[in-house]
Write a protein of this length. Structure first.
Length: 69
């Protein structure tokens, strides 16, 4: 049996936390921008850390598993 939780959660978080898609922290002109479709290096670093934190908590701490087969 294959555990699909890391793949599906990673894909979902990648889409939701892409800088500039839904929100961007820090923004180009404000601290938080919504739907700007632009990004910068600081926002990429912040969103990477947020992604890693949420992904790690969901997979390791909560132990989410999705098995198929």
């Amino acid at each position: 049996m294959v555990d699909w939780a890391p793949v599906l959660l990673g894909l979902m978080l990648f889409i939701l936390l892409s800088p500039g898609l839904l929100f961007q922290i820090p923004g180009n002109t404000r601290h938080v921008e919504f739907g700007s479709f632009t990004t910068n290096g600081k926002a990429i670093l912040v969103h990477t850390l947020i992604f890693f934190g949420i992904f790690t908590i969901l997979i390791l701490a909560f132990g989410i598993h999705i098995h198929t087969g």
